[in-house]
Write a protein that binds this ligand. Structure first.
Ligand code: PNS
Length: 160
């Protein structure tokens, strides 16, 4: 049984993340989307909100579950009897950071490997930060996130 962990901040989940989730869920027997609950970052959405948004957009994928985690990613991977970490690579600019992350993780936990999926070209420019910036200035984010997520972002910036 191949169990993959797709970790990230997902603040919020974009169509780029969603593309990686759909494609990796087709490769893995089970996929755990792992939402980082890290107090050193100040996210727009709480970890519960991020988990719930991910549950909402992945509910049609029966082998996908969403959880949050604290601490080291490799500890979470091992505690969940997972085999691999999955990360998306958008452009060469991602490579250096991703290489450092995966190699560090392999030093801490040699039995945990990372596999990379190249992002769909349609979303290679996309990031949660860009989506938040556009939304903050009242721009249209419908090309970047699911309609339900766009509404939650709009409400957050409107202070609803
Ligand atoms: O969406 P992001 O912010 O690029 O995801 C980064 C993430 C969650 C994969 C990374 O920050 C992480 O794994 N954090 C957990 C702490 C950890 O294990 N650090 C050691 C790896 S160098």
């Amino acid at each position: 049984m191949t169990v993959g962990v797709y970790p990230g901040s997902f603040d919020p989940v974009t169509y780029g993340h969603f593309d990686i989730i759909e494609r990796s869920s087709a490769i893995m027997d089970r996929l755990i989307v792992a939402v980082l609950n890290n107090s050193s970052k100040s996210p727009l959405f709480s970890v519960e909100e991020r988990v719930n948004m991910l549950i909402d957009v992945t509910k049609h994928l029966p082998n996908v579950e969403v959880r949050s985690f604290n601490g080291l990613l490799v500890d979470f991977v091992q505690a969940n009897q997972a085999n691999v970490i999955i990360r998306g690579l958008r452009a060469v600019t991602d490579f250096e950071y991703e290489l450092q992350l995966s190699q560090t993780n392999r030093v801490i936990a040699p039995q945990v490997d990372t596999i990379f999926l190249t992002t769909n070209l349609k979303y290679s420019y996309l990031s949660s930060s860009i989506v938040k910036e556009i939304a903050m200035y009242g721009g249209d984010i419908s090309a970047f996130v699911h309609p339900s997520i766009a509404e939650k972002i709009r409400a957050k910036f409107a202070g609803d």
